[in-house]
Ligand binder design. Structure first.
Ligand code: NAP
Length: 424
C-alpha cells in the first residue's frame, strides 16, 4: 500500500485474549475516526465472539482472510514463535504494517522481520513488547535519539518484581510470594520464563537493539534465577541500605560497542535508587547517555489495558505519520559477540552448620581468587545448625566471583548452596 499522512487505518486483530480484547475495546471506544477495527481472527471464533463489538466487524478463524481484506495494519496478539512468525512475515510481504506485543518473536526474529518490513516499505511496530504501557521503544527511538546512550538498566518483569516486593514488604518466603502472584494472575502455573529470566532477557535484547544498535540473541545474555532468594536476604540487604530487584542491564564498554556488559538477575540496589522505588508489578527503565545523563521511564509493565495502550499508540502513530521503514532497518544493528561481565561488589550469603574455622576457610578461597572481604554480617537468633550469614566483597568481575563461589559451595560446612548477588 502507499502510506499517506493522517489516514484512517483499517485494522485486523489476530488473537482475542487478554491484550486482544483490551485492544478491541480501546479502538472501538475512540471517536477520532483514525482506527477502524474491521477483522478479528482467533481460533474457536464461535466461543470468542462478543456482543460489544460493532456488528460490521468480521470474525474469522482463517488468517488468510486478513491478507486478502483491505486491511492496512495487522495486530498480532497470539504470542509464541509459530505461527506468529509466519503470519507476521506474510502480512509484511502483503505490504501491511504489523503491530505486535510478542517479545519472543521480536527478540529472536526481529532482525529478519524488520528487514522484511523495510523491503516491503512498511513497518513492524512493537512498543508493547517491552514494558507494557511504558513508551520505552518510542522514547529510545525518538525521545532521546539525540543522545549517545551508554547503558540501559531496568526492571522488565512485573512478575518477579511482585514476588520480590512481597518478600521485601510482607516478610514472606519465595514460595509464598510466588503462590500469591499465581493466585492474582501475575504468574503462570509454570513461572520459569519469568523467574528464571527468559522473559527479561528477550526484552533486554530488544532494548539493546533499539537503544544501543546491538544485535544480541537473548541466549547470549547471562541470566540468574530469583528462586534461591530467601526473605533473610531482604533483612541483610536492608542492613546494607539496599533491597533486591531482578535487574536487567546492558552497557557499552567502548565507543564501537564491541565490548558490552549484559546480565539479567537479582541484584542488590540501594534503597535510594529509582529501581528500589518500583514495587508490585510495575516496570522501570533507566537509560544513561553521554549528553543527557539519566532518563527514567516507568509505569505498568503488563496487563491487558496498559499493554493495549502501547499497541493502540503504535496504530495511532501509523495513522498519523505513516509507516517508518528507514530508521528501523536492521543494518543499523551491530552483531556483538563479546559479552563480558561487569565488575561489581558482591553480596555472598551462606547458610552453614556453625563450627570454628568457617571464616578462615572462606577467606582462603576468596584470597586465592584475589577477592577482598569488605564486611561480615550475622543476624542474631538463628539455629547454629542452619546459620545464615553474609559476606560483602569488594569489586571483582562476575566470572571471578562465580569461580570462587563454585569452590565455596564444595566446602563441607554449607547446608544450602551459597547465594551470590552483584551489588549495584
Ligand atoms: N498479558 C499481558 O499482560 C501482556 C503484556 C505484554 C505483552 N504481552 C504479549 O501479548 C501477546 C498476547 O498475550 P495475551 O496475554 O493476550 O495472551 P492470551 O490471553 O493467551 O491470548 C492469546 C489469544 O490468541 C489466541 N491464539 C493463540 N494461538 C492461536 C493460533 N494459533 N491461532 C489463532 N488464535 C490463537 C488464543 O486463543 P485460545 O484462547 O483459543 O488459546 C487467545 O485468544 C503475547 O505475545 C504476550 O507475550 C502480554
Amino acid at each position: 500500500m502507499v502510506w499517506a499522512f493522517c489516514m484512517a487505518l483499517n485494522v485486523g486483530l489476530v488473537g482475542f485474549g487478554t491484550v486482544g480484547k483490551s485492544v478491541a475495546r480501546l479502538i472501538t471506544e475512540r471517536h477520532d475516526g483514525l482506527l477502524h477495527l474491521t477483522h478479528v481472527c482467533s481460533r474457536d471464533v464461535a466461543r470468542r465472539r462478543v456482543d460489544w463489538l460493532p456488528s460490521e466487524v468480521c470474525w474469522t478463524d482463517r488468517f488468510e482472510d486478513l491478507l486478502t481484506a483491505p486491511i492496512d495494519a495487522v495486530v498480532e496478539l497470539i504470542g509464541g514463535l509459530e505461527p506468529a512468525a509466519d503470519w507476521v512475515s506474510r502480512a509484511l510481504e502483503a505490504g501491511k504494517a504489523v503491530v505486535t506485543a510478542n517479545k519472543q518473536l521480536v527478540a529472536t526474529r526481529g532482525g529478519a522481520l524488520l528487514a522484511l518490513a523495510c523491503q516491503h516499505r512498511t513497518e513492524l511496530a512493537f512498543e508493547a513488547a517491552v514494558g507494557g504501557g511504558i513508551p520505552i521503544i518510542r522514547g529510545l527511538r525518538d525521545g532521546i535519539a539525540g543522545d549517545r546512550i551508554r547503558s540501559i538498566v531496568g526492571i522488565l518483569n512485573g512478575t518477579c518484581n511482585f514476588i520480590l516486593t512481597r518478600m521485601e514488604h510482607g516478610g514472606v518466603s519465595y514460595a509464598a510470594a510466588l503462590r500469591e502472584a499465581q493466585e492474582r494472575g501475575y504468574a503462570e502455573a509454570d513461572p520459569s520464563e519469568d523467574v528464571d529470566g527468559d522473559d527479561a532477557r528477550a526484552k533486554l535484547s530488544i532494548l539493546a537493539r533499539v537503544g544501543l544498535g546491538l544485535e544480541l540473541e537473548p541466549s547470549q545474555l547471562r541470566a540468574q534465577s530469583i528462586r534461591p532468594l530467601d526473605h533473610v536476604d531482604f533483612t541483610y540487604a536492608r542492613r546494607l541500605e539496599s533491597t533486591i530487584r531482578q535487574v536487567s542491564r546492558v552497557a557499552l564498554r567502548d565507543n564501537a560497542g564491541e565490548q558490552i556488559e549484559a546480565r539479567v538477575g537479582p541484584a542488590l540496589v540501594p534503597l535510594s535508587s529509582p529501581l528500589a522505588a518500583i514495587v508490585g508489578s510495575r516496570n522501570i527503565v533507566v537509560t544513561t547517555g553521554d549528553y543527557g545523563s539519566e532518563t527514567l521511564f516507568a509505569g505498568h509493565g503488563a496487563g491487558g489495558n496498559p499493554t493495549a495502550v502501547a499497541v493502540v499508540s503504535d496504530l495511532v502513530a501509523l495513522a498519523r505519520h505513516g509507516a517508518r521503514w528507514v530508521d528501523v532497518c536492521p543494518h543499523g544493528a551491530k552483531r556483538t559477540s563479546i559479552v563480558s561481565d561487569a565488575p561489581s561488589p558482591h553480596y555472598l550469603r551462606l547458610v552453614v552448620n556453625d563450627r570454628p574455622g568457617i571464616i578462615a576457610g572462606l577467606a582462603g578461597v576468596l584470597s586465592a581468587h584475589d577477592i577482598n572481604i569488605d564486611a561480615v554480617l550475622q543476624e542474631p537468633g538463628n539455629p547454629k545448625s542452619a546459620l545464615p550469614f553474609v559476606v560483602t566483597l569488594e569489586s571483582c568481575p562476575e566470572s571471578t566471583m562465580r569461580r570462587a563461589v563454585e569452590e565455596i559451595a564444595a566446602l563441607d560446612f554449607n547446608v544450602q548452596p551459597p547465594l551470590c548477588l552483584p551489588m549495584l
